[in-house]
Design a protein around this ligand. Sequence first.
Ligand code: AMP
Ligand code: MG
Ligand code: MG
Length: 325
Amino acid sequence: MKPCKLGGLLHWLKGPSMACGHTVLMRLVASAYAVAQKAGMIVRRVIAEGDLGIVEKTCATDLQTKADRLVQMSICSSLARKFPKLTIIGEEDLPAEEVDQELIEDGQWEEILKQPCPSQYSAIKEEDLVVWVDPLDGTKEYTEGLLDNVTVLIGIAYEGKAIAGVINQPYYNYQAGPDAVLGRTIWGVLGLGAFGFQLKEVPAGKHIITTTRSHSNQLVMDCVTAMNPDDVLRVGGAGNKIIQLIEGKASAYVFASPGCKKWDTCAPEVILHAVGGKLTDIHGNALQYNKEVKHMNSAGVLATLRNYDYYASRVPQSVKNALVP
Ligand code: AMP
Ligand code: MG
Ligand code: MG
């Protein structure tokens, strides 16, 4: 925890959003980073303890585990304690109950506080921010042991736009041998950049599509086929698929179906946009993240690091007609 030295003076010099010399946004991102790291530890601990506590939500491919529940409690309570005026929207419907102190993370990642806040965000107030939390993205794959598909997503929105995000991948490196460091955290702020990975592109001219493995249907398949892909990767998780785009494993994330929600896309969208990529619905509309917005991304997802127009131009009209925003 950074000591609040000179707090009074800086408050006077820079206004109320700069408590401790840092803006609300950068303090929130620094806290979200620490909170996401703890989340990753909880995700690993639940597997290690061996009882996933699986519950079916709407159907057999829409699951919740003990990790989804504990992580959401951890993230939401930790952030709400430090930033009581935030609006926090988490995926899971959980009963309001006292959260175990052991789940609370109070730290912040000091490296983030060393970075400058983009000037357009320096006056943001806590009450103006909306945080979208997917405590465990790729739950179906988590229950099947496809552990590197899993991510923890904390997205931050201002005036309806996704502006900052943190992604923890708890099992990054888990197949790399016993000496490999397990897990990583990627973060980004629009206007500042994205960090925690090596940016890489798919070789020019190759069209590698990444799409769902657990939530496919005819529309999804029609849209993927229309892209004339060289290869199709079917993997779990929205966070995981955006990581494939920024690490040069896939050139487009195509999901022509409802099912994906605002907590799935908020943090990944920021990371992609911060490095020059683009995420929209299947019609090309930007996604909105204000607190009143419908949770479902009803018109699907189309995301690329480069060559967005190539993929957008190949979405069949029949697919567009079937997906109403
Ligand atoms: P997937 O690519 O299938 O891993 O989906 C990305 C995210 O959207 C995950 O959080 C899924 O749980 C969610 N999702 C996509 N389609 C559906 C669906 N039909 N029902 C429930 N969740 C879905
Ligand atoms: Mg999800
Ligand atoms: Mg989830």
